[in-house]
Write a protein that binds this ligand. Structure first.
Ligand SMILES: Nc1ncnc2c1ncn2[C@@H]1O[C@H](COP(=O)(O)OP(=O)(O)O)[C@@H](O)[C@H]1O
Ligand SMILES: [Mg+2]
Length: 491
């Protein structure tokens, strides 16, 4: 399990949630206490609403228009039996306190407003209705009230505070001892539950993120050698899924790029190794024949002119290889100048075939181009296009036997000219086909011939066509022949 430092997302989330929860909890506790109090007041007021009226009917509290102390005393005393919660006041019609059941020092008002009393007597109010408390200048309490009538004359009110001072103090004691542990228990267990659910929620939310960070970590340590795991967390949120997809695409691209860079690098190294190997043979031969020739001369013998000729042939081979290498290097650099112009492609092909005609006739191989229409014009760099055909025809001729044929077909198709160079020669094994355009690749059945063949021809050809924004394709069958195809834009 991961630890959660204070600045982690989880700690912050948990802190905010806990504080909000505690505040909300305290507010709820307060609210429910208030609701509870109001509910109790309503119940007690409803229960005791007619209490004052009953007492008034018990017996006259006034004598000759004034309060009868003895009667009042008796009535108050009787009422005490009901309980300690009640407080009794005898009021004049204007609210002046005439008599009461309390020690005089407790009384804080000589007169109380009668608005609430009149409201209750008129029966217009909804309960609980609070009236002024004579024992406090501002406090209000639920009450019961009845007018005192004698011979049809209203002499005053009997005003009873329900839930008086004693009730308050007892209620406060009980409330604190009952509410506090309950509220604490509720808040505590709520907070615990919240913490646990936040933890669960957080783990659930961040699981895909951890996987993502693991994947990135793996990428960092292993490089791009192994294919990185494709992330697809089931049930993950949409945003997380998008993130995962972005990561998958990114890692895929990086891997492709990495492989590409790596293969180019490997190819370069291989090429260098092969070329130096290929160069060594003609170079050794060149050196050997020259040394022999010099030795013969030093000995005073007549040196054999054939030796110089062979040395010269080897030098030509080396020359050709170096030329090809330099051409490929030049073509692979970024800035290759292109001189695009209208080229009569049938004429160009005829020129190339012309060069090979003596060799083809000697080998009894037929060379042909169709159609021979000089009007068919393509947009191309003529020198580079000539190199393309030279390479392809050179290869074809080398891999043909007597009686075979090499055909070049030109087919106009909309804005393009489709070019096909086919031969009926020995063909290329299927396993070699994907590689023949690699620099220095020679197929298993490759015929070396007597000239230097370093396997760069098709790599150069491919690159030359790429500069014309064209790609080259090959199809071949062993013992049946080979066909190379590409297209060129119509001029
Ligand atoms: N027309 C063809 N018929 C058979 N094999 C071919 C043909 N063209 C190319 N190849 C094969 O492709 C290889 C690569 O050709 P290329 O790059 O021109 O190199 P090189 O001509 O120096 O051998 C050849 O060595 C040969 O094996
Ligand atoms: Mg070649």
């Amino acid at each position: 399990m991961t630890s959660f430092p204070i600045n982690s997302l989880f700690s912050r989330l948990a802190l905010v949630l806990m504080v909000s929860f505690l505040l909300l909890g305290l507010m709820l506790v307060q609210l429910s206490r208030q609701l509870d109090a109001s509910f109790q007041e309503q119940v007690t007021q409803k229960l005791h609403l007619s209490l004052a009226e009953h007492i008034v009917h018990e017996g006259p509290l006034f004598i000759e228009g004034k309060p009868d102390p003895a009667a009042v005393e008796r009535a108050f005393h009787n009422m005490m039996i009901l309980g300690k919660g009640f407080e009794f006041y005898l009021l004049a019609p204007d609210g002046t306190l005439l008599n009461y059941s309390a020690p005089p020092e407790k009384i804080r008002r000589k007169r109380i407003p009668t608005a609430a009393i009149e409201q209750v007597l008129a029966g217009q109010s909804t309960l609980p209705l609070r009236g002024p408390d004579p024992r406090d200048p501002i406090r209000e309490k639920v009450f019961s009230v009845a007018p005192v009538m004698i011979d049809g004359q209203m002499l005053g009110y009997l005003y009873i505070i329900i839930n008086g001072e004693i009730y308050d103090s007892v209620a406060a004691q009980v409330a604190d001892s009952a509410w506090l542990p309950f509220a604490l228990l509720m808040l505590g267990s709520g907070a615990l539950f919240l913490l646990a659910s936040t933890l669960g929620l957080f783990a659930w939310l961040t699981r895909p993120l951890s996987r993502l960070s693991d994947a990135i970590g793996a990428m960092e340590t292993q490089g791009f050698k192994t294919p990185s795991l494709a992330l697809n967390t089931p049930g993950a949120a949409r945003e997380v899924r998008q993130l995962e997809q972005a990561f998958n695409t990114l890692s895929h691209r990086l891997q492709l790029q990495y492989r590409k860079v790596k293969s180019v690098d490997e190819m370069r190294r291989e090429l260098l190794a092969h070329v130096s190997h290929d160069l060594r043979t003609p170079l050794a031969s060149l050196q050997g024949y020259l040394e022999t020739w010099m030795l013969q001369q030093r000995k005073g013998q007549q040196p054999d002119p054939a030796y110089v000729e062979i040395a010269q042939q080897n030098a030509a081979k080396i020359h050709k290889m170096v030329d090809q290498l330099m051409e490929l290097a030049r073509l692979e650099s970024d800035q290759v100048p292109m001189r695009i112009e209208s080229v009569s492609i049938a004429e160009l092909v005829q020129d190339v075939l012309q060069k090979y005609r003596p060799a083809a006739e000697a080998k009894k191989v037929l060379l042909d181009v169709s159609p021979k229409d000089p009007g068919l014009q393509v947009a191309a760099d003529i020198e580079k296009l000539e190199r393309v055909f030279t390479n392809l025809v050179d290869n074809a001729l080398r891999h043909c036997h007597s009686g075979d044929s090499i055909r070049i077909q030109l087919l106009q198709d909309d804005q393009l000219v489709k070019v096909s160079v086919s031969d009926s020669g020995i063909g290329i094994p299927a396993s070699d086909l994907p590689h023949i355009f690699d620099a220095h690749y020679k197929a298993a059945n490759s015929i070396r011939g007597d000239a230097a063949h370093s396997g760069l021809g098709l790599a150069i050809t491919k690159r030359l066509l790429a500069l014309h924004k064209s790609s080259i394709e090959v199809s071949s069958k062993v013992q049946q022949g080979t066909e190379f195809r590409f297209t060129l834009p119509l001029a």
